[in-house]
Design a protein around this ligand. Structure first.
Ligand SMILES: [Zn+2]
Length: 138
């Protein structure tokens, strides 16, 4: 399970809308307690591919994000990106480019206003990962 606040989801949506027609991307930093991951903050990164169908991080920004999370005592718990038009599922390109078996890949589908989580194993088998969006009061 990965828990994210409504506020972080709103921030992802705002970033995704701003990047249209391209995909927006970044990390979520937070905590890991057993099977539960809690997102604490969003670390938006530039999609250097500037593409509507795939994304890549800039290595410098990626390094800064890792450093920032570490300094704040947080872990990078998720890699997120947006799908401007298509639904929230791993595309063939997403599966090809996904190589981190320890992260949760979150996909936010802009047109469907839908957020879904996925993991990938060494054989590139995709599994869905439950996502819970929390209201401010929770
Ligand atoms: Zn994708």
């Amino acid at each position: 399970m990965i828990q994210i606040s409504q506020q972080i989801l709103d921030e992802i949506r705002t970033q995704a809308l701003k990047e249209i027609p391209n995909e927006a991307c970044g990390y979520l930093a937070g905590t890991i307690q057993g099977q539960l991951r809690r997102a604490v903050k969003r670390l938006p990164l530039t999609n250097v591919d500037a593409s509507p169908e795939h994304f890549s991080f800039s290595p410098q920004e990626q390094f800064s994000a890792v450093k920032q999370a570490r300094e704040e005592g947080l872990e990078l718990i998720s890699v997120y990106h947006s799908h401007p038009v298509t639904p929230a599922r791993m595309s063939q390109e997403d599966i090809r480019l996904a190589n981190d078996t320890s992260t949760i890949y979150l996909i936010y589908a802009v047109e469907h206003n839908d957020l879904k989580g996925f993991t990938i194993d060494r054989e590139k088998k995709v599994s869905t990962h439950p996502v819970e969006v929390l209201n401010a009061s929770e």
